[in-house]
Design a protein. Structure first.
Length: 267
């Protein structure tokens, strides 16, 4: 297999970003990826500028890196393109370091059940609050549909940390139910399911987690938008009345909404 080089990074820069950004991102991220302890199979970087001048950090830099089959994602904002790329490089560096430490832990033995083992790999993401757009101006500008991974709570937490997510929609392998794991509660993690799990229904896990005792509300997408606006929460997990599956409606950095729904199960 040929060695991955900075020239192999696929970079997309929108027309509102200053010239030279593509080359700067290629140099910064390319030099970082040379430090990866496993082969880099692919890398995509996207730099965009928000059209609203009132957004305090209007430039967003995003990266998706495939490190030997493990997807690593990071996103950062900046007042200008270079600041956004610099912040992105810093976050990617932390992600890559955690991956390396995780692989070493697996090679040397299984992680212990102590809470510090999980804090080491799943630090909370430090994101700014979303832009305070007026409720009447908010729209669902992104709808992502995918087949949720069947996994344990531990696996969901690991993926959430590596992908730099604040929440993770997945299918819990013990119950087979659509579930969301997010950062909250006394332990730092909280699990919500379409219906609260019974004793011993969940697949075995080590992560210290609190479990919601409330069922997910049955809502249409329009009703979910209304409820999220009233509650002013970062996201809302609900049972989609149109699809009969769990879904997540969330605030985007630009003040609009994003919607995540499960796709059809593979046969």
């Amino acid at each position: 297999m040929a060695t991955f080089t900075p020239a192999d990074i696929r970079i997309a820069v929108d027309e509102r970003v200053l010239p030279g950004t593509s080359e700067y991102a290629q140099d910064k991220i390319g030099n970082l990826l040379r430090l990866a302890h496993r082969p880099v199979l692919s890398a995509r970087v996207r730099v965009t500028r928000h059209g609203d001048p009132a957004v305090p950090r209007p430039v967003v830099a995003q990266a998706n890196i495939d490190v030997n089959g493990r997807l690593v994602r990071a996103q950062a904002e900046g007042e200008n393109a270079r600041e956004a790329v610099d912040r992105l490089e810093e976050r990617l560096r932390h992600r890559l370091e955690r991956i390396a430490q995780h692989w070493e832990a697996r090679r040397g033995g299984q992680p212990s059940a102590e809470p510090h083992e999980w804090r080491h790999e799943s630090e909370p993401a430090h994101r700014p609050h979303w832009y305070p757009r007026l409720e009447g101006e908010r729209e669902i500008v992104r709808h992502k549909s995918y087949t949720p991974v069947h996994c344990t709570i531990d696996d969901a937490a690991r993926d959430m940390g590596l992908l730099d997510y604040d929440f993770h929609l997945f299918t819990e392998s013990g119950t087979g139910r659509d579930s969301v794991l997010y950062r909250a509660g006394d332990t730092g993690y909280r699990l919500a399911q379409l219906t609260p799990p019974g004793a011993h229904e969940l697949a075995p896990f080590q992560l210290p987690v609190t479990i919601s005792e409330q069922p997910a509300p049955l809502l249409s997408t329009d009703e979910a938008v209304t409820r999220l606006g009233l509650l002013d929460l970062p996201f809302l997990f609900f049972l989609d009345s149109d699809r009969g599956r769990g879904a997540v409606l969330y605030h985007r950095y630009d003040g609009h909404y994003g919607l995540i729904t499960p796709g059809p199960e593979e046969p």
